[in-house]
Ligand binder design. Structure first.
Ligand SMILES: Nc1nc2c(ncn2[C@@H]2O[C@H](COP(=O)(O)OP(=O)(O)OP(=O)(O)O)[C@@H](O)[C@H]2O)c(=O)[nH]1
Length: 396
């Protein structure tokens, strides 16, 4: 089975960014060491900011994780009682942390002050109970396996290493499969938690947690920016990005409006889900535009390409190439067939069906003193002419 690791880049970038931050912090000890008292004060503020900010931007999982870090930090630095207990129960604490991070990866962001919020709290308490139960079961399991004298078998392997490896692998898998900054941040949090447990990070806890909270806040900002300016289905910049670009364009540019032909009929024939798949694939083709073009999803089955500093004559060949490449594109779509016991036993794959679509394109170059909206409108009128002329063509 071929696995699409769409989250590989996000995971690597997140890991690299945090590693870099840690290395820089390690090499600048002399700079921040005298200010450690100040860092500890700032951290208290950061806890509150991260909890409220994440909740405000519907990233409640970061609010929960920040609360857990706050609790851990406040007990460890003896602002709250319980440090001796935590020191005595370090294995339980570690496993509870690993399970809690694992849980946060697989639950969804939901409102904190709701039934879902309480359910999440209950799940975290359950994670602590499961960790406790595992510590008891692992001793029993070890005594059961000990007579077999298996190589490398010891109690710590069963107690700590095994659950860590399983949960770590699950989180890594999820992070590599989904391009989510949030999941990548949870993965890096797990790595930091492991490094703290094995005392491999030569940094004060306040500094480590500060770095993590800065990461969470940045992730919320970047993620929200991405959501606001990117189209969720196709991953292309959205109409809001187009409006933003319009403000920075120079005097000369060309705008192309592109529309998939007879898409209503396509949807009616194959269903909306397959329509979505096709939209994504067409968007991916358009994203390969050359000649300095910038592609946006304008809305529905309409796309816009802006060619800054170009006259239409310089863009027609490229638009023709795009139009042709989409017309020639045999799109293999997965036609979901309901799996019966029989087809499952025969390991029959989903029906693969080959379809194709065409697009019509209208082009307009900005004329003297014309507003962007007006050029766009002329491109839309040209698109209308392209449709009238039989579709699957470029019209000026
Ligand atoms: N699957 C899917 N369909 C969409 C999406 N956005 C818009 N559509 C569909 O696109 C179709 C657009 O139909 P029309 O505007 O009538 O145009 P058309 O059928 O493409 O015909 P022409 O543009 O004249 O060639 C509608 O059926 C919409 O439901 C989407 O995100 N996903």
């Amino acid at each position: 089975m071929f696995l699409k690791l769409t989250g590989l880049k996000t995971t690597l970038w997140s890991a690299l960014a945090l590693s870099l931050a840690i290395v820089i912090t390690l090499y600048s000890v002399s700079y921040w060491q005298p200010k450690i008292f100040l860092i500890e004060q700032v951290l208290l503020g950061l806890f509150i900011i991260s909890i409220i900010f994440s909740a405000q931007f519907s990233r409640s999982r970061f609010s929960i994780l920040t609360s857990l870090w706050a609790l851990y930090y406040l007990v460890k630095s003896q602002w709250l009682p319980g440090n001796t207990y935590l020191n005595n129960e370090s294995e339980w604490l570690f496993l509870s942390g690993v399970l809690s991070i694992g849980l946060l990866v697989f639950i969804k962001d939901r409102g904190l002050l709701s039934l879902h919020g309480f359910l999440r709290l209950f799940l975290l308490v359950t994670a602590g109970l499961v960790a406790k139960a595992w510590l008891i079961v692992s001793v029993w399991l070890f005594s059961y396996l000990a007579p077999y004298q298996l190589p490398y078998l010891d109690l710590t392997l069963i107690k700590i290493t095994l659950p860590l490896a399983v949960i770590g692998a699950l989180i890594l898998f999820k992070s590599l499969r989904s391009p989510s900054l949030l999941v990548a941040a949870l993965l890096t949090s797990l790595v930091i938690w492991v490094l703290i447990y094995y005392q491999q990070l030569d940094l004060p806890l306040s500094v480590i947690v500060t770095l993590l909270l800065v990461q969470y806040i940045l992730v919320v900002v970047i993620d929200s920016y991405y959501l606001a300016y990117r189209d969720e289905l196709t991953g292309l910049p959205s109409r809001r990005s187009l409006n933003q670009l319009a403000l920075s364009l120079s005097r000369q540019y060309t705008v192309a409006m592109l529309d998939i032909d007879h898409f209503k009929k396509f949807n009616d024939t194959y269903g909306h889900d397959i329509g979505d798949q096709v939209l994504k694939l067409v968007a991916a083709k358009l994203a390969q535009v050359k000649s300095g073009g910038r592609v946006f999803r304008y809305g529905g089955e309409e796309f816009t390409i802006v060619f800054p500093r170009k006259a239409s004559i310089e863009t027609i060949a490229e638009l023709e190439r795009l139009r042709q490449s989409i017309a020639d594109y045999d799109i293999a779509i997965r036609h979901p067939v309901r799996k019966t016991k029989k087809s499952r036993a025969a390991k029959k794959p989903n029906d693969l069906k080959v379809v194709s679509v065409t697009i019509s394109i209208g082009v307009a170059t900005r004329s003297a003193k014309e507003s962007f909206e007006h050029t766009l409108k002329r491109a839309d009128q040209a698109l209308y002419r392209a449709k009238k002329a039989g579709r699957n063509n470029v019209s000026e």
